[in-house]
Design a protein around this ligand. Structure first.
Ligand code: PLP
Length: 382
């Protein structure tokens, strides 16, 4: 961060607070009203307009964290992605997305875009050359995900951003896996940054939310579509999200440190065939990750050695939960083939390298020695 900008933890703790002028409470009050006065007011407020006091103020924290002008908060990460995509894509337009993409986004594109006559191309890989090869004259949006879910591939953010600029195409990124703690895509010129706030923003596995941030001009476009689609978040949950985000810097830094230690330990474990973590020197894009990330993140994946049953392994864990979502303070594992990518065919999964024995590991804040002990005892049982 430059000298005149607030530090990460200061932004997390303070930016976007609502001052309680009436009672002088230490935290933002919750405004649950779904109806606001409209005569003689500057802003016509309504929950679906994304501008209730809690929505408006928390958005400032998100924009500050990603160093953008304006942010909007949504009812889920998928609401954030879908509203953002539909704001920039009209019938006859084309989007380029990378093939190593979150399963839900992949699904949304394949199932919904044909209904709107929106064309799409999944890249053949995640390098800038793959993105360039997929561009067409009607391409209006390039969307990338780095690190990607679940194989933690790393795409060169600046190269893709420059590619968009050279071709007059808007660029967007899913920054969920890194979180603003570990990656600032606006430093490389990406136009729009979205998050599943269900993950590190929430951090306690009890909130479902999403966010998009960008320039005022781009966000005005998204607002125009979003007020029609209506995917806003209830103010109570917005307030909970504000509370959670105060500790995001602390949580994610500790989780990232733990993930680095776990990745190194797993890589040496003979029951593990392969570890996917951008902070390992064995990762093909280690140098790129080091250059464009502040930290390597708290997500990793690993493949069990041949013949070891991934279901038995998950069932054998005592401390680490087998759980659908990720990024909570508690460590969790998941089998992508059975969950996030279950809607893809076996052939499609094979094509993007998602084997049945792949385990995605969301590393929490626990003591590393306890995590190692739990994994080792589960491996010993299979
Ligand atoms: N993007 C990524 C990388 C995700 O992992 C997820 C959910 O797992 C989403 C988007 C969708 O977010 P949500 O489940 O909050 O709709």
């Amino acid at each position: 961060m430059s000298k005149n900008k607030l530090g990460l933890n200061t932004i997390c703790a303070h930016v976007g607070e609502i001052k309680d002028e009436q009672f002088k409470g230490a935290v933002s009050p919750i405004y649950l009203a779904s109806s606001y006065e409209f005569i003689d007011v500057d802003v016509k407020r309504y929950p679906r307009y994304f501008n209730t006091p809690n929505q408006e103020y928390l958005s400032k924290k998100i924009a500050a964290l990603e160093r953008k002008e304006v942010a909007m908060i949504f009812g889920s990460g998928m609401a954030a992605i879908s509203h953002m995509f539909l704001a920039f894509l009209n019938s006859g337009d084309h989007i380029v997305v990378q093939n190593t993409l979150y399963g839900g986004t992949n699904n949304f594109i394949r199932e919904e875009f044909p209904k709107f006559n929106i064309e799409f191309t999944f890249t053949d890989g995640y390098s800038v050359e793959n993105f360039e090869a997929a561009i067409q004259p009607n391409t209006k949006l390039i969307h990338l995900e780095t690190p990607s879910n679940p194989l933690l591939t790393i795409t060169d953010i600046k190269a893709v951003s420059d590619l968009g600029k050279a071709n007059n195409i808007v660029t967007s990124i899913d920054n969920t896996f890194a979180s603003p703690v570990n990656q600032t895509p606006s430093d490389f010129g990406i136009d729009l940054i979205m998050h599943s706030a269900t993950k590190y923003f929430g951090g306690h596995s009890d909130i479902c939310a999403g966010a998009v941030t960008g320039s005022k001009e781009h966000m005005d476009k998204i607002w125009n579509v979003s007020k029609n689609l209506g995917g806003s978040l209830s103010d109570f949950t917005v307030w909970m999200l504000e509370r959670s985000m105060k500790t995001m810097g602390l949580r994610v830094k500790k989780q990232t440190k733990n993930a680095g230690k776990m990745a190194k330990w797993l890589e040496k474990n003979e029951a593990i065939k392969k570890v996917y973590y951008p902070g390992l020197k064995s990762h093909p894009e280690y140098e790129l990750a080091k250059a464009q990330m502040h930290g390597f993140g708290a997500m990793l994946s690993f493949e069990l050695a041949d013949g070891l049953d991934s279901e038995k392994f998950q069932k054998g864990l005592k401390l680490i939960k087998a759980s659908m979502s990720l990024a909570g303070v508690e460590s969790t594992v998941l089998s992508p083939a059975q969950t996030s990518h279950a809607l893809l065919s076996q052939e499609e999964r094979d094509a993007i390298g998602i084997s049945d024995g792949l385990i995605r590991f969301s590393v929490g804040i626990e003591s590393v020695k306890d995590l190692k002990k739990d994994i080792q005892q589960a491996l010993n049982t299979i």
